[in-house]
Ligand binder design. Structure first.
Ligand SMILES: Nc1ncnc2c1ncn2[C@@H]1O[C@H](COP(=O)(O)OP(=O)(O)OP(=O)(O)O)[C@@H](O)[C@H]1O
Length: 358
């Protein structure tokens, strides 16, 4: 009777690739001061899903992306919660508890991040070929060393995936490529070890519209071919609508609405998401004048009590300044696709009649 029982199947494990639970992320801002840039964030991402994180500057999107892969600057820490990730061997691990060597293997192999501004991600003195070779070599298993010719061939195939000419690009230094080519090369590099999750932070900002379009189209095709999941940080709601199956809106460090792209963009139940959508200039020919979103997000060090958005919200009631709304599920769906909103008035049908957002 001393035998230990076999571990019970985890009832909370419904096959998600990434399960983020109650995550807080702090930055140290002085000897005794810190700010909490991400608060109580939780969501599930299933294999192959694509989720866009939207919200104004400073709402914590980048901090969350960096925190998930433990890429925060020295002053930043994930101070609470769990980041459960299903590795390629099927085991679920908490990324927060990975030892250094394991974390090194986890990044690139299982999850990779493409930052805004590809120039900073490349070492200017190395050629693109060197970057690929270094990445492959750093992750080679002992006894499974591949030849240089084999690795170069593999790199060329990856560059072709993102529609770059390997003959030209492999030998080039980063500054010899256009912004769009660098961004594509970085995406190819991020996909080199076949990660299951790709986190992209504003990957097409600062590129011209045609280049943006080409990269977005290619990413959509690649996701279908290679079946990786994607977490996509963007200010561009049009891009989010195109690339994502689901959307999470962030405000003052919290996720305040989440659901399918249709839920969030067409049936939003949070006045902030609605204001964000309505502040986008209308498409050509749409006579509606965009509503502006006055003011800015509150300072993280001085969050108002109650709902953080209440001071800017056209629909706020007195209770909104007293009670902080939870992210309540409005419509249950499997695979993390439930529609949820953190607004005390989310159930107020008159406020959110369908079609009120463009
Ligand atoms: N190294 C840091 N030290 C202290 N505070 C920081 C640091 N980096 C970010 N912050 C703060 O954390 C908050 C969230 O910033 P973050 O960059 O994650 O927002 P974001 O939504 O990604 O904005 P953007 O869209 O402009 O990238 C901001 O208030 C920012 O000032």
């Amino acid at each position: 009777m001393n035998d230990r029982p076999a571990p019970a199947p985890d009832p909370a494990d419904d096959g998600a690739l990434l399960s983020v639970r109650g995550v807080d992320i702090d930055y140290r801002t002085g000897r005794r001061s810190r700010v909490t840039a991400v608060r109580g964030v939780g969501f599930d991402l299933h294999p192959g899903q694509s989720m866009a994180l939207v919200g104004e500057s400073g709402c914590g999107k980048t901090t969350l992306g960096l925190g998930l892969l433990r890429l925060l600057p020295r002053t930043g820490t994930v101070s609470a919660g769990q980041v459960l990730f299903r590795r390629k061997d099927g085991r679920r691990v908490d990324v927060r508890s990975l030892a250094k060597e394991d974390l090194r293997r986890f990044r690139w192999n299982e999850a990779a991040m493409v930052f805004q501004g590809a120039m900073n991600a490349f070492n200017p003195v190395l050629t693109v070929r060197d970057h690929f070779l270094d990445t492959f070599r750093a992750h080679e298993r002992r006894g499974a060393r591949r030849t240089r010719a084999d690795l170069i061939e593999h790199s060329a195939a990856l560059l072709e995936l993102v529609r770059l000419d390997p003959a030209r690009v492999l030998a080039a230094h980063p500054h010899e490529l256009s912004g769009g080519m660098r961004q594509r090369a970085l995406i190819a590099l991020a996909l080199a070890l076949r990660p299951q999750l790709l986190i992209l932070d504003e990957p097409t900002t600062a590129l011209d519209i045609l280049t943006q379009r080409a990269i977005v189209e290619r990413l959509t095709e690649l996701r279908e071919e290679l079946r990786f999941a994607m977490l996509f940080i963007t200010h561009d709601l049009g891009l989010a609508a195109e690339l994502a199956d689901r959307v999470g809106t962030m405000y003052a460090g919290r996720m305040i609405e989440t659901g399918t792209t249709r839920d969030v963009f067409h049936r939003s139940r949070h006045p902030y998401t609605r204001a964000l959508i309505n502040s986008v200039p209308p498409v050509a020919g749409d006579p509606t004048v965009p509503e502006s979103l006055p003011g800015g997000p509150p300072s993280l060090g001085a969050l108002p009590p109650g709902c953080s958005f209440a001071p800017r919200c056209a629909h706020a009631e007195p209770r909104c300044s007293r009670t902080r709304p939870e992210l309540d599920v409005l419509r249950e769906r499997p695979e993390g696709l439930s529609h949820a909103a953190a607004c005390l008035r989310a159930g107020d049908a008159a406020l959110f009649t369908e079609g009120a957002t463009r």
